[in-house]
Structures are given as structure tokens and as C-alpha cells.
Design a protein around this ligand. Structure first.
Ligand code: UD1
Length: 428
């Protein structure tokens, strides 16, 4: 077991380079299953969710070879199983993308119900509705914790999503890309990683248009070929470092970003008094004066991302007034607020709404990471707080932030990973 120990109160200054996008990579890697040849994927983030994706591919029979720290070569031609076992799927929400890619390639897929961060009910009814519309049969009942989808021939169809879902949009694209005929997906999600997955599939020979708008048209093709592809930079890792710059009243030059993907985050930080400067593929964030209070409402892209909600809330907890945060995407994403209260934050939660009364200072405390982004929020709070913060359950944070400690230390943070002996460890 590990925890992070942070001595807060330092102003962070310097440069940080952002890695590949987690939420794109966890979809692009399963998409390789659809290829008839090897693929080389570059700008892979060094995070535990990616290693789980590789383990799933290997369990299916694919060859996975790291060329260097950020490039992987995957040969799916040796895949001989269509089953993603529970021991692997339970570690990662995005394991459900193997349903779409295995179904699209082999007409059969069996995947254990996915795990991942727990912020409320995470249904996949829209994914299954899409598969069914394409002609797959999906049992009405989940048996032994496994979801199975089969089809002799997938056929394109018109599909209207009842809710805007990132996962369903990508999963339906994966299943439809080799289907016979045309699929029109309406009310699709528009996140940057959806465009990235579509670009990757098109690089393999797919015919997908409209990704990034709410109507995606997929003309099925019989074969997809191997390709080389580079994953986009991680919008949320970049946003997290932007929040870190502001919370520590620091000055960070954040490199390898796509500023357009950061617009909603930049706009909020500017409203809160930060200076945000876009320079080509970099963004510089500085914060001099007090943090101004404001309201934040999360929305599907291009709205403010729910995956940045806990991190921005730390700034609001330290702002000069009252702020209302509404998460319209997830029903239970405020559990971290209890931990912030332990550090002196004043906040009330009522369902999908949290109200923060800004305080001038947080103080270090022992806290835990409830999930990936909640854990990132604890790191930000610890960096901004006076005194020592210890964060437990950091395995959540390491699902999505590569070299987090190293990147933070390089800009002046006093943070280290501490191994804690298991209470069950046998004494010598
Ligand atoms: C993805 C991201 C996650 C992010 C979320 C919203 C990945 C691996 N994860 O999660 O980090 O927080 O997008 O930006 O990319 N819903 C249904 N039925 C479905 C699917 C979703 O009702 O079949 C609802 C969910 O309960 C939720 C909303 O739709 O309220 C959005 O979920 P969705 O966009 O699917 O999130 P994920 O793809 O799981």
C-alpha cells in the first residue's frame, strides 16, 4: 500500500509536459482488435489503466511489445479468445470497449461487467441499445457478471442515444465500423477523445465522418489495416496542472497540449483571476491575486468537463466568496468534499450540487483519494495547504496521472510516495 506525503504551501514554478490522453488511449488500444495487421501507437500515457488494457489484449492472444516508454506495437492477428475475464475487467471501466471491438471484428464478445471509478450508477444500456440496433443479440439478463453480445452479421442502422454518452458513442463506432451498410449515430458525444478514436479508425481504413459533432456517420468497410497513430495530449492532465498553477499561486508552462481542448477550463480559471496564455501547443498559467469565487456547472463537451470538477472545486474552496458547483453528468461525484472539510474547507453537498464558502487557507490533514479525479483534487489541496497532507488510496490517482510525483517535484513541489506496511503483513 502507498500514500502520498505532501508538504504544502509552496509556489510551483516551471515547465511540465503532458502525456497522451488516458480516455483516448483506453479506447484506441481495444480498437486495434479490429485491424487485420499490426499497429504502432505513439504517445501512450504511462498509467496503470493502459497496462490493464495491454494485459487484456495479451489474454485475448494479441502480441504487445513496448518499443519505448511511449510507443507500443500491437499485433492483433493472433487473437484467439473473445472473452475478457473478470480479474482484468474489474480494474478498469474502459474494458467495456472490448465489447464493441470484439463484436465488430469477430461477431462475438464476452466481457465481465466493468470496474473503475465509482461515482454513482454507471449504466451501459445505451451501449447495448446500439449493439442491438446493429443486429447483435444481447441477453436481457447479465449472467455470472458477464455481458455477452453476438451477431452473425452486423448491419448499419440509425441510432439515437437517449443520453449523451462518451462510452456508448465510442463503443457503437467500434461495433459499426465493419458492419454492412451505413450507421447514423445521433445525439453522439463530442469529446476530443471521440474525434481521436474516429481518426485512428479512419487511419486504419474506416469511413467515419462527423466525429466531434452530435451526428456521426459510419459507412461500414470490410477490412481495416495496420497503421501508426499518435494519441492526442490529455486534456484533463493539462487541466489539472492548470489548476495546480492557480491553487499554488504559481507560474506553470504546460507543454504538449491542444489549447482548443482546454477552452472551458481556461475560461473558468480566467474568471477566477488566473492569467492563461496560449502559446502554440503550450499554455502558461499564473495566479497573482486572490482566487475569485464563481459557479461551475459540468456538461458534456464543449461544456466544463466533469473530470475537472473536483480539481476546480479546490480553488473555489480557497476563493473569496460563495461558489456553487453543479455536476450534471454524474450523480455521486462529491464524496471528496468530506476530505476537503478535514482540511478546513467549508462546503455543503446536496445531491448534484455543492456550495463552497471560500476560506483563506487549508491545512494539511490525512485524507484519501475516493477516485481518480477526487485523488487529483486531494493532491492540489495538499499542495496549496499549510502543513503536511497524507493521501491514502493513491492507486486511483495512478490510474490516470503518469509520473505525477516526478512532474510535481520538477516544478518545486515537496511530495513523495511512501510505502506503508500492510496491517496484515507478518512480523519477522
Ligand atoms: C467517460 C470517461 C469519464 C468521464 C465521462 C463523462 C472514459 C474511460 N471515461 O465515462 O472519465 O467522467 O465519460 O465525460 O472515457 N449513461 C447512461 N447509459 C449509458 C451510458 C451512460 O445513462 O449506457 C449516463 C451515465 O450514467 C452518466 C452519463 O450518461 O450520467 C455520461 O456517461 P458516459 O459519458 O457514458 O461516461 P463514461 O463513458 O462511462
Amino acid at each position: 500500500m502507498s500514500r502520498y506525503r505532501i508538504e504544502g504551501g509552496r509556489r510551483l514554478v516551471g515547465e511540465v509536459t503532458i502525456g497522451g490522453a488516458k480516455n483516448a488511449a483506453v479506447a484506441v488500444i481495444p480498437a486495434v482488435v479490429l485491424s487485420d495487421g499490426p499497429c504502432r501507437i505513439e504517445n501512450i500515457p504511462n498509467i496503470s489503466d493502459i497496462f490493464v488494457s495491454f494485459d487484456i489484449l495479451k489474454a485475448l492472444g494479441a502480441q504487445v511489445r513496448m518499443i519505448n516508454k511511449t510507443t507500443v506495437e500491437i499485433d492483433p492477428r493472433t487473437i484467439c479468445s473473445h472473452v475478457v475475464p473478470h480479474e482484468l475487467a474489474r480494474n478498469m471501466r474502459a474494458s467495456y470497449y472490448f465489447l464493441g471491438s470484439l463484436l465488430g471484428k469477430f461477431g462475438t464478445a464476452k466481457v465481465s461487467l466493468p470496474g473503475g471509478c465509482n461515482f454513482g450508477v454507471r449504466p451501459i444500456d445505451q451501449h447495448l441499445k446500439g449493439f442491438t440496433a446493429l443486429g447483435a443479440s444481447v441477453p436481457a439478463m447479465i449472467e455470472n457478471g458477464m455481458i455477452e453480445a453476438t451477431a452473425t452479421q452486423l448491419i448499419g442502422n440509425s441510432i439515437y442515444l437517449d443520453v449523451v454518452s462518451v462510452g456508448a458513442t465510442i463503443n457503437i463506432m467500434l461495433a459499426a465500423v465493419k458492419a454492412r451498410g451505413i450507421t447514423i449515430l445521433e445525439n453522439a458525444a463530442k469529446e476530443p477523445h471521440i474525434v481521436d478514436v474516429a481518426n485512428f479508425l479512419n487511419a486504419m481504413g474506416a469511413d467515419i465522418r462527423g466525429a466531434g459533432t452530435d451526428v456521426i456517420k459510419i459507412c461500414g468497410v470490410p477490412h481495416l489495416h495496420g497503421t501508426t497513430y499518435s494519441i492526442i495530449p490529455d486534456q484533463i492532465e493539462a487541466g489539472t496542472f492548470m489548476a495546480i498553477a492557480a491553487a499554488t499561486h504559481g507560474d506553470l508552462l504546460i507543454k504538449n497540449v491542444i489549447p482548443k481542448h482546454l477552452e472551458s477550463i481556461s475560461a473558468k480559471l480566467t474568471e477566477m483571476g488566473a492569467q492563461v496564455e496560449e502559446i502554440d501547443d503550450m499554455v502558461r498559467v499564473t495566479m497573482d491575486g486572490p482566487i475569485k469565487h464563481c459557479n461551475v456547472k459540468t456538461m458534456p463537451h464543449p461544456g466544463f468537463p466533469t473530470d475537472m470538477q473536483p480539481q476546480i472545486a479546490v480553488l473555489l474552496a480557497l476563493s473569496d466568496g460563495t461558489s456553487i458547483v453543479t455536476d450534471t453528468v454524474w450523480e455521486n461525484r462529491f464524496r471528496y468534499v468530506d476530505e476537503l472539510r478535514r482540511m478546513g474547507a467549508q462546503a455543503q453537498v446536496n445531491g448534484k450540487v455543492a456550495v463552497f464558502e471560500g476560506v483563506p487557507m487549508l491545512t494539511g490533514a490525512p485524507v484519501k483519494a475516493y477516485d481518480l479525479r477526487a485523488g487529483a483534487a486531494m493532491v492540489i489541496a495538499g499542495l496549496a495547504a499549510q502543513g503536511i497532507t497524507e493521501i491514502d488510496d493513491v492507486h486511483y490517482i495512478e490510474r490516470g496521472y503518469e509520473y505525477f510525483i516526478e512532474k510535481l517535484r520538477a516544478v518545486g513541489a515537496e511530495i513523495r510516495r511512501v510505502e506503508i506496511p500492510s496491517p496484515f503483513a507478518r512480523r519477522a
